[in-house]
Design a protein around this ligand. Structure first.
Ligand SMILES: [Zn+2]
Length: 345
């Protein structure tokens, strides 16, 4: 396991919570304070043997283990539903179980990837993490999801794209370890949005053309100033504070202290390229292409750039077309998509 997951934000980006807090939003202020506590607690965990136990007994049968954190910030506190168990009374446990299952199913059947590490790693998910905690994150090989506050954010377990986005961070950690800052971090974020929206379309039975391509639309509540966190179709239009670019000419050169150099901001550029590709060859085939490119570690190194990601995607497209696994036009479609967003001149 790599180190970089240690520094990752939750599903709701910290820079957005900070902007909301500046506007006086109490939910954002509370969640930011909680995040600091959680981060400190996790740092401590990493230093002692307890954390090793938390990671080490995760097996390789691709099974689901849902734990109830009972509104504490503890991992693996109380096992409430494991693979094959009947539904329990707590609806949140059941939706988390189903969303983890659908994500694994999608990875396996559509992307040819066996769970998180491609070796059938079990999925551990902690629900009711923290008290009204309005976030979800992937750390120490497990997913932890808060309940939200029902004002700015709805219970995050209810949203399939939250669960699959976070699990995809685990996948990236294993396939190429993209560093969570600047362009490589934006690619890391981007890939989680790709998997999140692809799984959501799979579950809803939607095609690329039917989908809304919104990220986090199911978790934003009445106090959120917009319709979602991000739009892959029209980056920069999801809410009042949305400053995602859709083209390299608007790329935001940011210091590390702002969203780790813009990981949730500049991801709009590759997101748009994926959307354009999916509209031509279908979401499943586009996602299949992306994960194959992501596994090419000679090109997608930990600090890979958007241009390098394009090279890897282009190479994967050529190979997959040759193998008859992608339609003939895939290479031209990808090239056009990356031209549209200005990654390719
Ligand atoms: Zn993320």
């Amino acid at each position: 396991m790599s180190e970089q997951h240690d520094n990752r934000d939750g599903f709701i980006p910290q820079y957005l919570l900070e902007k909301l807090a500046e506007r006086g939003n109490e939910d954002a202020k509370r969640t930011l304070a909680q995040s600091k506590d959680i981060e400190k607690h996790n740092e401590e965990l990493k230093k002692n043997s307890e954390s090793r136990q938390l990671i080490e007994n995760i097996g390789g049968q691709g099974q689901r283990f849902i734990y109830d954190s009972e509104n504490t910030e503890q991992f693996k506190r109380k096992l409430v539903r494991k693979e094959g168990d009947s539904p329990v009374q707590d609806e949140i446990v059941n939706v988390a179980y189903d969303h983890c299952g659908k994500t694994l199913e999608y990875l396996k059947t559509k992307l040819g990837h066996n769970s998180i590490d491609n070796q059938g790693m079990d999925v551990v998910c902690n629900v009711h993490f923290g008290k009204n905690y309005a976030n979800a994150f992937w750390t120490m090989n497990q997913l932890s999801v808060g309940d939200g506050d029902n004002r700015t954010f709805i219970n995050l377990s209810r949203s399939i794209d939250v669960v699959s986005h976070e699990i995809a961070h685990g996948v990236t950690e294993y396939v190429n370890e993209l560093k969570y800052q600047f362009q490589s971090g934006a690619l890391n974020e981007h890939f989680s949005d790709v998997v999140g929206s692809a799984v959501q379309q799979f579950v809803k039975g939607q095609t690329a053309k039917m989908a809304d391509w919104l990220i986090g639309d199911e978790v934003v509540g009445p106090d959120w100033p917009g319709k979602a966190l991000r739009s892959m179709k029209e980056p920069g239009t999801a809410h009042e504070l949305d400053d995602q670019p859709a083209h390299m000419r608007d790329f935001k050169k940011l210091p590390i202290k702002i969203d780790r150099g813009g990981v949730h901001i500049n991801s709009g550029i590759p997101n748009k390229a994926f959307y354009l590709t999916a509209m031509e060859i279908g979401t499943d085939q586009a996602a299949f292409l992306w994960i194959n490119a992501w596994k090419n570690k000679s090109i997608i190194h930990p600090q890979a750039t958007f241009a390098e990601a394009f090279t890897a995607i282009q190479e994967a497209a050529e190979q997959l077309v040759q193998q008859g696994k992608l339609p003939q036009q895939a290479t031209a479609v990808v090239k056009h998509a990356f031209q549209e967003v200005g990654v390719l001149a």
